[in-house]
Design a protein around this ligand. Structure first.
Ligand SMILES: Nc1nc2c(ncn2[C@@H]2O[C@H](COP(=O)(O)OP(=O)(O)OP(=O)(O)O)[C@@H](O)[C@H]2O)c(=O)[nH]1
Ligand SMILES: [Mg+2]
Length: 574
């Protein structure tokens, strides 16, 4: 139908009302009456013309509720010609007009369900509106003209309602589709990807979200940004329900892809990096307090399964760089000193969080002796930091309830295996009181490693001078070991406030290479002991490897072996 043939819809209305009036007249006799239940003859299903078991001519069709569903003309069992169609539940008028084979076709009027005001007055083509006037629930004209897709063909800022009077779209239309700016409400139940959405405000192209827009779930803003064919695209922001930002970054095909930042609900950054398929594949992870914890490539967004990662401690210093699997150091990696920035403790292969121990051939020296033992000493100065307790624990005993001040020294032996070879570690526990120090340093003479213990809680301070004295004994390796970590809360452990007094001295000792490693342990709870023991084994084996490769050193070791045996001995086999 062309524009200049536009109907006078006022006439349309009048004509239809007159035809409907006629339908109020009683049916002409004779007519057939049909029942829902033939036997009981109770509920009438149909009254009217009935030929060859089909509704034919004028008739009234009833719903099982007893209400009229249709009053009008039939042909071949279907609505054909003029008729009034009602809601089968409460007999509210839905449509009055012409039908063809059960479908609205030709002139007709649709009504709002609740108010029974006119919804649409115009012309239908097999149930589709093609031309006419659309009204709002208050009787105001929304649109007058041609329709496409059952919507006005073209218009700006149109408000469209469903027949229940609910607004479902407010905006621009072109070719009967949402095109331009608009707001779509969930009432439409239109076939969109985001089924849970309650409202979209933004740009449309051919019925799809396309361009900039805001998408709401329930009453909350869920997404604000660009869309392409209904999907998040280019740049956008996803919000938490509390309306804080969850993700701010790039999208492709509805998923996070490209550069982006994820946030915690407290507003702090959680991850910044590169995303793919909604997961961060490369970037930096922060804890909720804003402290950097991981940096690298994340497998399926999981930093704990990564090929290339840097792990940071709470001061933002690197503690590990390399491969990690299920949260454990596994594969090639570098471990850094926790208190001295960029100081490498170990570089090489890791398994189960621990570094791989060296393997080498044990050689007999000229006296037919295979050197497989190393000696270490526990030292402290003045303080009673728990040397004897550590000594007991290393020898496999429980944490002792009571300890006596050590007088003189104790000696213990540990056997352990590595790559099918057996090694012995001899440990000397010494007396820490000042008056015994010169004896203790003599005990240290044959040792390749000294553990300089101090009490993290009640320290008299780590002393550079004492470290130098140890070093002067035989240039041995030194670990500084802070004990009694159990006396601190998690909070204190995170900010390491207990280290303040000694941190600079320890850093100085590490930087000047007087000291090799720094550990924090609790002999009482066992925290850090495995790591310490592993490192002792590693340095012992490295030492043995070097003396096995160097006969001079072997002989020297042999001489040391021949010295007189210490009085007290304890032994453990690992
Ligand atoms: N809370 C706590 N107390 C510990 C820990 N380790 C040792 N202690 C306590 O520290 C005190 C001293 O322990 P020792 O092992 O005798 O100290 P020491 O260094 O051998 O002392 P000397 O032999 O006198 O030089 C004891 O009361 C232990 O119970 C620990 O990890 N945590
Ligand atoms: Mg002791």
């Amino acid at each position: 139908m062309s524009k200049n043939e536009i109907q006078d819809f006022g006439k349309n209305l009048q004509e239809i009302k007159e035809l409907s009036q006629k339908l109020k007249e009683p049916l002409e006799e004779p007519f057939t009456t049909l029942y829902f239940d033939k036997e009981k003859n109770e509920k009438i299903k149909y009254k009217g013309g009935y030929i060859d078991n089909k509704y034919e001519g004028r008739g009234i069709l009833y719903a099982y509720s007893g209400k009229i569903e249709y009053n009008g003309y039939f042909s071949n069992n279907e609505y054909n010609g003029f008729g009034n169609k009602y809601d089968y539940y409460d007999e509210k008028l839905e449509y009055e007009g012409f039908f063809t084979n059960g479908k609205k076709n030709g002139k007709g009027i649709l009504y709002y369900y609740n108010s029974q005001q006119i919804y649409f007055n115009g012309i239908f083509d097999m149930d589709n509106y093609i031309e006419g006037i659309l009204y709002d629930p208050n009787g105001n004209i929304i649109y007058e003209g041609i329709f496409t897709n059952n919507r006005p063909k073209e218009g700006k800022k149109l408000k469209l309602y469903n027949t229940h009077g609910n607004l479902y779209y407010e905006g621009d239309l072109l070719s009967g589709q949402y095109n331009g700016n608009g707001t779509l409400y969930e009432e439409d139940k239109y076939n969109y990807d985001y089924k849970k959405f309650s409202k979209f405000i933004g740009e449309f192209k051919n019925d799809k979200f396309d361009g900039f827009g805001k998408l709401y779930f329930g009453k909350y803003l869920f997404y604000e940004g660009n869309f392409s064919k209904n999907k998040f695209s280019d740049k956008g922001i996803i919000y938490y329900q509390n309306q804080k930002i969850y993700y701010d970054g790039e999208f492709e095909n509805g998923l996070m892809k490209g550069k982006g930042i994820k946030y915690y609900t407290n507003g702090n950054i959680k991850i910044t990096g590169t995303f793919s398929n909604d997961e961060c594949i490369q970037g930096i992870y922060y804890n909720p307090d804003g402290i950097k914890i991981y940096e690298g490539e994340f497998k399926n967004g999981n930093p704990l399964k990564s090929k290339k990662i840097i792990i940071y401690d709470n001061d933002g210093d690197k503690i590990y760089e390399g491969e990690i699997h299920n949260g454990l150091y596994e594969g090639e990696g570098i471990e850094y000193c926790p208190i001295l920035k960029d100081r490498i403790i170990y570089q090489g292969k890791f398994k189960n969080n621990l570094y791989e121990l060296p393997d080498f051939d044990l050689i007999e020296n000229k006296d037919k002796i295979t050197i497989h033992n190393t000696k270490i000493v526990l030292l402290s100065q003045g303080d009673i930091p728990g040397k004897s307790c550590l000594f007991s624990r290393l020898l496999g005993c429980d944490f002792p309830e009571d300890t006596l001040a050590t007088i003189g020294h104790d000696k213990g032996e540990i056997y352990y295996e590595n790559k099918n070879k057996r090694y012995k570690l001899i440990i000397f526990d010494t007396a820490g009181r000042d008056r015994f120090l010169s004896i203790s340093l003599k005990i240290a003479k044959p040792c390749m490693l000294a553990l300089y213990l101090f009490d993290l809680n009640d320290s008299q301070g780590v002393s550079i001078d004492f470290i130098k004295e140890i070093k002067d004994v035989n240039n041995m390796k030194i670990y500084i070991v802070g004990n009694k970590l159990d006396l601190f809360s998690n909070f204190q452990k995170i900010n390491k406030s207990y280290l303040e007094k000694n941190k600079n001295t320890i850093i100085e000792a590490l930087q000047s290479n007087l000291v090799d490693k720094y550990f924090e342990i609790s002999v009482k709870t066992g925290e850090g002991i495995d790591k310490l023991f592993h490192s002792i084994k590693y340095d012992s084996l490295k030492y043995l490897e070097s003396i096995n490769a160097n006969s001079d050193k072997k002989d020297k070791e042999n001489d040391i072996k021949k010295r007189k045996r210490e009085k007290k001995e304890k032994c453990i086999i690992y």
